[in-house]
Design a protein around this ligand. Structure first.
Ligand SMILES: [Zn+2]
Ligand SMILES: [Zn+2]
Length: 127
């Protein structure tokens, strides 16, 4: 009995949700039953604010390079974005995650440094 339960839990944490949210932004994963949201994240340089190439490593979003190719800064922050344009799509990491869970852990504050995002800034502040 114990083994079956452990196996079940193990499978659940391992689920990659690959069959979930194929055409929708949120919904239940058909493989594990979790309610998921499709979220996009962008990694930006702490020094100069440019978008940095990113990848998912051990469930963490990390920049591909250790240092910013623009200013040499090592620091970075993760920005969540709801509206993804096709330029950002090159940098954005799409993650299917349990609703409301990931952003609480990883995105404590949103800093909009791109002047093009001023529209987003206002929307974020109002809500
Ligand atoms: Zn799943
Ligand atoms: Zn930089």
């Amino acid at each position: 009995m114990k083994n079956i339960l452990l196996k079940f839990l193990k499978n659940q944490t391992k689920c990659s949700h690959k069959n979930a949210l194929l055409n929708t932004k949120s919904g239940y994963c058909p493989d594990c039953g979790q309610y998921l949201e499709k979220n996009y994240y962008i990694v930006r340089c702490m020094g100069c604010g440019i978008k940095r190439n990113a990848k998912v490593y051990l469930d963490e979003i990390v920049p591909t390079e250790k240092f910013c190719s623009n200013c040499g800064c090592r620091g970075y922050y993760i920005e969540k974005t709801d509206d993804i344009n096709f330029i950002d799509a090159n940098y954005a990491i799409c993650i299917k995650e349990p609703a409301c869970e990931y952003q609480n852990l990883h995105v404590k504050e949103q800093i909009w440094v791109d002047p093009k995002s001023s529209g987003l800034k206002k929307i974020t502040k109002m809500s």
